[in-house]
Design a protein around this ligand. Structure first.
Ligand code: SF4
Length: 310
């Protein structure tokens, strides 16, 4: 089946030792069955180091070292599996990160997750977010999906890119069109919800706890925030199987964008470099925890469910 991606996708290359927030630190990395079998047959000296580094209890995974570092990350920030054996020996998760996939009714879409700082830089600095192009073939069968989220996504991108309207008015229009106003909760209620979430880095809890919807968006950041919202829409609405799931995903996307704007404002961020750091942080805390994503979507589902009942 066909594989589609935003136009910036093919410009991605991991910046490895130049990355300040390496995905090889802080995450437990599971080793898939196929790669595990390959590791068990490596005869080169580094093969034994790999086998010794794996905890085979439950799902096999690399045993993290001090500072939660992957045991194969060297002091200069390079992966020893690649330098010793080549990229072909990376496990599925390492090979794929930071990519994500969504099925559509005529193929698959792939994107780059914003928690990766290089992906985040590309997403926030690339024009043409509404262009999704065919980049090749993907494995698997096309699923029969009745609801085509891409039709609505195009409508949202039309509103979002309409420069004849002020940026905040475009956000309101999207929220109104899909019935997912952020005023479904007061700012105090959003802050309470943010405080109740799980965090990878607990210092982010305090930053998010200052959330406010009253802050104005600096004009210098609007184009970047617009691209961030387009990314959240691309990533989270494609998998929607019906209109309500789609609308809750739009609510989630709008909330993530406003949280980035709010943290940027309270932290005095006014350029792309600073915004990349804030957007990466919001992505890693809200998007990379299924529980956190669902907790936020739930806020919109409750309202949408009320619509169905009445
Ligand atoms: S977070 Fe992104 S740029 Fe950094 S090491 Fe991982 S894939 Fe590479």
């Amino acid at each position: 089946m066909k594989l589609y991606a935003p136009t910036y996708y093919q410009n991605f290359t991991c910046i490895a030792d130049k990355c300040r927030h390496s995905c090889c630190i802080g995450w437990e990395i599971d080793v898939d069955d196929g790669t595990m079998r390959a590791y068990d047959t490596i005869t080169e000296p580094y093969g034994q180091a790999i086998r010794d580094s794996i905890d085979r209890e439950d799902t096999p995974h690399f045993k993290l070292c001090e500072g939660d570092r992957c045991p194969h990350l060297d002091e200069s920030g390079l992966c020893k599996i690649i330098t010793e054996l080549g990229e072909g020996y990376l496990c599925h998760i390492c090979r794929e990160h930071p990519r994500f996939y969504n099925d559509t009714n005529d193929g698959k879409e792939v994107g780059l997750g914003m928690a990766c700082e290089e992906a985040c830089r590309l997403i926030l600095s690339s024009d043409g977010y509404s262009e999704v192009v065919e980049i090749g073939e993907a494995d698997g069968e096309v699923d029969e999906i009745d609801f085509d989220a891409r039709v609505h996504r195009e409508k949202i991108y039309d509103i979002l890119s309409d420069n004849s309207l002020p940026y905040t008015q475009r956000l309101r229009l999207i929220a109104d069109t899909y019935g997912v106003s952020l005023s479904v909760k007061t700012d105090a209620e959003w802050r309470k919800l943010l405080d109740s979430l799980e965090y990878l880095d607990d210092s982010h809890r305090a930053l998010f706890a200052r959330y406010s919807s009253d802050l104005s968006t600096p004009e210098s950041l609007e184009a970047y925030l617009e691209r961030a919202l387009a990314y959240f829409i691309y990533r989270h609405t494609a998998a929607a199987w019906d209109e309500y799931e789609f609308r809750a995903a739009v609510g989630f996307a709008l909330f993530c964008e406003r949280l980035i704007a709010s943290v940027a404002q309270t932290e005095g961020v006014n350029d792309l470099t600073g915004l990349i750091e804030v957007a990466r942080m919001v992505s890693e805390e809200l998007e990379y925890s299924e529980e956190n994503t669902e907790a936020i979507k739930e806020s919109f589902f409750n309202t949408l469910f009320g619509e169905v009942q009445s």
